[in-house]
Design a protein around this ligand. Structure first.
Ligand code: COS
Length: 394
């Protein structure tokens, strides 16, 4: 098992420590799975995670609607990512895909959560479009009200679980006001007429990903999630919860890279001594261990803040995602370097991590967007007013 000393930090309760230990034991028995057919692998992972009970954490319980436990979400993503990237992906999408329903859904919409928590239905979050990825407010997809229905037209892309999901949460322009103030969210079952998968997208770390087309897709008005015109804020609130969990997944990848490196430097001899005896290697190991702990502090600070009842964790979540993903990239790059040729050998653990980490710095708000968010938050929370006196001056 990896270093678990961080679980003694004051962010956690006993049930979180038990969760981390139980899930790690489950992962050792059940993961990794074969990734050669990612659709099949994800479907069977969701079923397995459902049967084992881990998906109960991914969405609220319709019979006992307590808030999501964000620390638990982060512990689960970190642990799954350390063992198998696709298991983390499968879990994450059950959460992100249904997050809007957990946070803002009606009782009728929450009925879907029984199936997603059991692992018998897959979900997806359909926000991005060909012309609006980072700039959500520039969305082109439309939803027009017609009696008791909405008619959806447009295109969504980079949709994880696209093609295998049973339900999509889709964002579209309803036009109450220009830009960010005229968007709404809808629950769209995959079988709805007019919704088709137009392209499957291949990426460096394969997982189910698609472009979707909506042509006169008619859904009941009851499928509107939250209030009409509030879709942008709804999407941002969901991302506020799940961005910390992206940081947690990056932390899991980084921890695995550090674990692999610690084994390597003790067992590999160079110049007649273990690799670890080289001070330059010790320098890399120190940087990696520091990055891992600093990322963990930010991730679990954000999760704890949300669990403690904060209305918004925009700043904390953005910092957690930015730092954990960017620094996991550094940690993994060092791991590859220390593994030498084996680090770039196709199929080696660190080679896989090197490909897996890259997308986390892009999806759910690129690192650059997180910087914009953090800077704006810093400005908003600026309260201090100083005189002209020089600090320490006479
Ligand atoms: N929670 C609640 N409300 C929020 C919010 C949040 N986290 N962030 C912004 N809002 C509100 C603002 O308060 C503002 O409200 P008012 O209209 O009442 O003033 C409104 O939403 C618009 O906010 P803002 O002016 O900041 O919107 P921008 O268009 O400038 O948003 C960024 C800019 C880049 C921050 C935003 O579009 C973003 O996060 N983009 C990345 C999207 C993303 O993650 N895509 C990946 C999709 S999932 S793979």
């Amino acid at each position: 098992m990896s270093d678990t000393s961080y679980l003694n930090w004051p962010f956690f309760e006993d049930h979180h420590r038990a969760l981390a230990a139980d899930l790690d034991a489950w992962c050792l028995k059940n993961l990794p799975v074969d990734h050669s057919d990612v659709d099949q692998a994800c479907k069977s992972l969701v079923a397995k995670l459902g049967v084992a009970g881990w998906l109960k954490y991914s969405a609220i319980d319709p019979d006992d609607p307590k808030p999501l436990d964000v620390r638990a979400l982060c512990i689960i993503r970190e642990t799954l990512a350390r063992h198998d990237s696709l298991a983390d992906f499968a879990f994450a999408m059950q959460g992100l895909g249904t997050g809007s329903i957990s946070l803002f859904g009606t009782d009728q919409q929450k009925e879907w959560l029984r199936a997603t928590r059991a692992g018998t239905a897959l979900s997806a979050f359909a926000l991005s479009e060909p012309r609006s990825g980072s700039d959500v407010a520039n969305m082109h997809m439309t939803a027009e009200r017609e009696g008791d229905s909405y008619i959806l037209n447009g295109e969504k892309t980079w949709i994880s679980n696209g093609g295998i999901a049973d339900i999509y949460v889709v964002f579209a322009r309803t036009g109450e006001a220009p830009g960010a103030r005229g968007l709404s969210a809808f629950l769209v079952p995959a079988q709805t007429s007019g919704l088709t998968v137009t392209e499957r997208l291949e990426v460096i770390a394969p997982h189910p990903l698609a472009t979707l087309s909506f042509k006169d897709v008619r859904i009941p008005a009851a499928n509107l999630i939250g209030e009409a015109g509030q879709g942008f804020k709804l999407a941002m609130s969901v991302l506020d919860v799940f961005r910390s969990t992206v940081g947690a997944a990056a932390l899991g990848f980084a921890r695995r890279a550090l674990d692999e490196t610690l084994n390597r430097v003790q067992n590999r001899e160079l110049f007649g001594a273990p690799l670890f005896d080289l001070q330059m290697v010790q320098g890399h190991v120190a940087d990696m261990a520091l990055d891992v702990d600093a990322a963990a502090l930010l991730v679990y600070r954000a999760a704890w803040t949300k669990d403690s009842g904060a209305a918004r964790v925009t700043r904390e979540a953005a910092m957690a995602k930015l730092y954990a993903t960017d620094h996991a990239q550094d940690v993994i790059d060092k791991a590859v370097q220390i593994h030498g040729g084996d680090g770039v050998r196709k199929g080696s653990v660190v080679e896989g991590l090197y490909r897996e980490i890259r997308a986390l710095r892009i999806y759910e708000g690129a690192s650059d967007v997180q910087k914009v968010v953090i800077a704006r938050q810093a400005l908003n929370t600026k309260t201090a007013v100083y005189g002209n006196q020089i600090v320490g001056g006479s």
